[in-house]
Write a protein that binds this ligand. Structure first.
Ligand code: CA
Length: 230
């Protein structure tokens, strides 16, 4: 699953450059030009990483950071702060802003993309790996294979993507709309009920060979992969 990076930067030229380079690295990229737009976009689709400028119009970078940390869906999202030299760097260095890393402008795109990779690897190991293991389930993205308890599980392409996404965020609850956006894409019109159908198939496939249902249905909220509950 392609990590979704949200870039929050009010300088158009820099935003464009970041968009271009992150896209080239294979990330899905969203760009917000101010703090308010960033919060709306993060609410619509939870990013896997946020690159956040410190000095922003409307809502400041630090306030965006605070609000992202205050919301369940974005509480753990990694944030890389962009600062100009001399801009309260000491405070950011202390990272009492809740940011995971910071980069001082001007920076090279090579440096920034290296930081992005490092933060994603540290915080969400699953995003950088070809293979993720959660409990007794192993998903191999290169070979396109899934095993549970050592037994091969056969999944359709949609169920595979759905499981891949859930395995990247074990324990986290996703609404049907969030799963639609992440797995089907936000530009595709599919009814929310479709998610239930595919979750049903995924469940059936996973539970055929092992005890315990790893997919938790959270009433009126959505689904999560929860092996402790299985
Ligand atoms: Ca700025």
């Amino acid at each position: 699953m392609t990590p979704y990076v949200l870039v929050v930067e009010d300088e158009d030229a820099l935003a464009t450059l970041l968009h271009y380079n992150l896209d080239k690295e294979g990330y899905r990229v969203g760009v917000a030009g101010d703090g308010e737009e960033a919060l709306i976009m993060a609410n619509e689709r939870a990013p896997d990483l946020v690159i956040l400028d410190w000095m922003l119009p409307k809502v400041s970078g630090i306030e965006v950071c605070r609000r992202l940390r205050g919301r369940a869906e974005t509480r753990n999202v990694p944030i890389i702060m962009l600062t100009a030299r001399g801009e309260e760097t000491d405070r950011i260095r202390g990272l009492d802003t809740g940011a995971d890393d910071y980069v001082v402008k001007p920076f090279s795109m090579v440096e920034l993309t290296a930081r992005v990779r490092a933060v994603l690897r540290r915080i969400r190991p699953g995003l950088a790996d070809d293979r993720i293991t959660v409990g007794d389930i192993i998903i191999d993205r290169v070979a396109h294979r899934v095993k549970r308890g050592g037994k091969e599980i056969h999944l359709g392409p949609t169920e595979f993507r759905l499981l891949d996404y859930l395995m990247q965020h074990p324990g986290r609850v996703f609404s049907r709309e969030q799963l639609l956006d992440a797995v089907w894409g936000s530009d595709v019109y599919v009814e929310a009920r479709t998610v239930d159908v595919h979750i049903g198939r995924l469940r059936k496939a996973l539970n055929g060979s092992a005890d315990g249902d790893p997919i938790r249905t959270v009433r009126s909220a959505g689904y999560s992969l929860d092996l402790d509950a299985a």
